[in-house]
Design a protein around this ligand. Structure first.
Ligand code: E4P
Length: 245
């Protein structure tokens, strides 16, 4: 009898383990483009690698465009979530701005800063089933608050951490562990990425999403041995005098 109970519980454990592995396998890492430049998005969207877009007030300023016009264009072009950030600091105004931003398109993901009012705003809209990205996260404790408030995404800024001599990727690993400990559904969206190592490290840790400037996504394709190898193959192919199509 004891043996039967043990074997039943063992079976259950194995089943849960298999389910866990299968579920993990199913979730692919998402790439968002971190830009409000419509031409950059259009050029890279054709690769089929872009799953969404993130913007912020600085990127809108850099684009020189009206926030509503450019965000609508991005939403029309891109099939995934497009983060649009509030500019207000207080809850009431954030809620008003959020209503205007959500109104742009169905794929808008509201972006709020990691402040008391931002977290309140996050909870308000997450409770209604709307997407919220909590931005300007610089600590694991802040990431925990966002998850408890039901954020769809938490955006920890790795590059800005590195800029002040801290280890941005260590923060991502801590958040991964905390979210996994409690099975929080909030997705870790690694932001402020500056180079390809930020992307591969994020993948090694198991971050759900990375948001990359177009330059970094383009850098991911590059390797000098690919260029050299291709040049060698082309040279030899020409010598065969053959064509394929
Ligand atoms: C995206 O959501 C962030 O606003 C962005 O990645 C910040 O990047 P930066 O630190 O390069 O400005």
């Amino acid at each position: 009898m004891g043996l039967m109970i043990l074997s039943a519980s063992l079976k259950k454990t194995i089943k849960s383990l298999i389910l866990f592995i299968l579920m993990k396998r199913k979730c692919k890492m998402k790439f968002f483009l971190d830009t409000a430049e419509i031409d950059e998005i259009r050029a890279l969207y054709d690769t089929g690698l872009v799953d969404g877009v993130t913007t912020n007030p600085s990127l809108i300023m850099k684009s020189g465009r009206d926030i509503f016009e450019v965000t609508k264009e991005i939403c029309d072009l891109v099939d995934g979530p497009v983060s649009a950030e509030v500019a207000a600091l207080d809850y009431e105004t954030m809620v008003r701005e959020a209503a205007a931003l959500y109104n742009i398109a169905d794929n808008i993901c509201l972006k709020v800063p990691l402040t008391v009012d931002g977290i309140k705003t996050c909870k308000h809209f997450a409770d209604q089933g709307l997407k919220v990205n909590v931005t300007l996260c610089f600590s694991a404790a802040q990431a925990l608050l966002a998850a408890k408030a039901g954020a769809t995404f938490i955006s920890p800024f790795v590059g800005r951490h590195d800029d002040i001599g801290q280890n941005g990727m260590a923060l991502i690993a801590d958040i991964r562990q905390i979210y996994d400990n409690y099975d929080f559904q909030t997705e870790i969206l690694v932001a402020s990425t500056r180079h390809p190592v930020h992307i591969t490290d994020s993948a090694l840790i198991g971050a759900d999403v990375v948001t990359l400037p177009a330059k970094v996504l383009n850098q991911l394709f590059k390797h000098p041995l690919t260029d050299n190898g291709l040049a060698g193959f082309l040279k030899d192919w020409e010598k065969t005098g053959q064509t394929i199509a």
